[in-house]
Unconditional design. Sequence first.
Length: 195
Amino acid sequence: MRRPRHLSPEERALWDRVAERAIPLDPKRPEMPSESPKPKPKPPVRRSDPMPDFRIGQSTNAARPHDILPSVTDRLSRAPVNMDHKSFGKMTRGKLKPEARIDLHGMTMAEAHPELVAFILGSQSLGRRLVLVITGKGKDRDDGGPIPMRYGVLRHQVPQWLALPPLNHAILQVTPAHLKHGGHGAYYVYLRRHR
């Protein structure tokens, strides 16, 4: 024979909250007395410094832009330089010529990701050092719905793919391309030597 399981205080409090909201099927039946007194609600936490008054239409003193996530260009420019500084300078000025390129224009994310993986790993196995990944600047696809869409989905997604396995082990540096190689619609990908 099974022993009855007793409810913990947390379970009992949860059950009491559910029972308070329930509508009885038989209103004539007497109410069951509760076993333990209900826990007292905790008082709300008060802030020591009150929020300043704000009027509708008043401008804020916020120094940061509305987009909390920095742009792809900002994130890549703040990334540490993992390659030779002299070669990095030549690459960012467009002085180094990419040995191969892939154009992801018009592809969906499901099509572009395997193409990018095959291209990067294949280029590394062929001994290439600098390749160009063209994403395009993207189209404004915001349809005005409640969830905003990013401008240039592949342009934002490709750097994330390049930072994840298996590609991150093959890559030394990623930076936006010079204007003559596509500008903000393309990325230079500097590859590690294949071992």
